[in-house]
Design a protein around this ligand. Sequence first.
Ligand code: ADP
Length: 255
Amino acid sequence: MTMVRSRARHDPHTEPAAEALRLVKVTKSYGTADSAVTALDGVTLSLARGTFTAVMGPSGSGKSTLLQCAAGLERPDSGIVRVDGTELTRFRRGRVGFVFQQYNLLETLTVAQNTVLPLKLAGRRVDRRRVTETLTAVGLGDRLGHRPDQLSGGQRQKAAIARALVAEPRVIFADEPTGALDTRSARDVLALLREAVRTHGRTVVMVTHDPVAASWADSVLFLADGRLAGRMDAPAADAVADRLAHLGDDAPVGV
Ligand code: ADP
């Protein structure tokens, strides 16, 4: 069993590092009987609040499944998922936010309407000023009334990040958020995610296949065959690429 602890960036004079996300022996298979695929094979990890973690691994290693289970979008076959010390249930999904590679914005709604949609669906109060502030903070202050097809890919992803932020989730999960973006837009999006962590104390977990994107995180968790296969703190892009290239060469590296 492997236990992963992230170092929190916190002020020791205020509060101790609190746990934002905990997975205990989370297992998930798809299919049945002889056609079953084990996507996650007993993953245990703990991430402190206010940390930015990248998840990497070969295609099919279980990265998306890990995110989906941790975010409550998929139900694990067994194991426990806790967000902020509380077990995640269907009714507590407001505690997490999700950012997808393909943005998942509704084309018929404006940027502002897309941003407030999760709040409305959850029956939560919409603070218009906060919505405008959040959209301004991600650089879309002059795009509130635009529809997604009037935005660039980078701007769409910023709108998706604003949509996640405005609900003030404990943890933001991002699955390949820069996968469809050019280098410059990718950098803007990564800077926003890091800002959410540094300035607002959010916890971000991001799946990526890009070692440069991963280097924006505080640490990288490596997955192989549905299991944790290593961890790297203060990841530099070339060290990440090197570790990725050698994943599975030998026994799991010190997690
Ligand atoms: P990654 O994100 O690392 O590429 P995934 O979590 O998408 O990995 O997939 C892990 C394994 O689970 C793969 O073998 C994949 O084919 C399988 N898998 C993922 N989702 C499904 C699904 N909905 N139905 C069947 N198999 C799936």
